[in-house]
Design a protein around this ligand. Sequence first.
Ligand code: IMP
Length: 199
Amino acid sequence: MALKLEPGARLVVATHNPGKARELAEILGGGFQIATAGELGLREPEETESTFAGNALLKARLAADASGRIALADDSGLSVRALDGQPGVYSARWAGPGRDFPLAMAKVEERLGAAESDDLAAWFTCALALAWPDGPVVVVEGRVDGSLTFPPRGGRGFGYDPIFVPEGRRETFGEMDPAEKEQMSHRSRAFAKLKAALI
Ligand code: IMP
């Protein structure tokens, strides 16, 4: 089904993080009146689903129904094949309340050691959900495949970027020019799919 997003539409981006809201709004191409869930005083739900798509859908649905606006939500993370896809939807939570990503990356290395596997395959996933109030929802996923490397390398990027080498490259996402990372990222692939699903 092709869904229409009219220019000038009032959207809510289902995040309390203004930086993330701006980034998501920019990729949509502008022309919309954007508010964040925080600005509208909407509550931030717990991410209780076991898939990225499930969590994005849950956040978009709740924000759309509570605000009466079309709502955009995302969920993303790193999956490691030898760890049965972990940390997956727990990617942010592995860094703890202090958002300590050196700790989270050390945890990945430690769990890989415990799994006694030399399989370093991993991928980033980004799910995006766009929900109409009391109406339909579109959910798409973008993915970038690669392999892990230790110790972490590079001070650019964020999160797990310093241990992730995308397929066909030698540098980690943490060493790469951010614009170059963006071109191949799970997030931009998900947005391309979302745009294709809309008219
Ligand atoms: P979310 O904000 O709940 O979607 O959490 C996503 C988590 O996944 C972030 O805290 C990051 O740790 C991780 N993550 C997602 N995308 C990337 C990326 O492009 N690079 C590095 N880490 C990422």
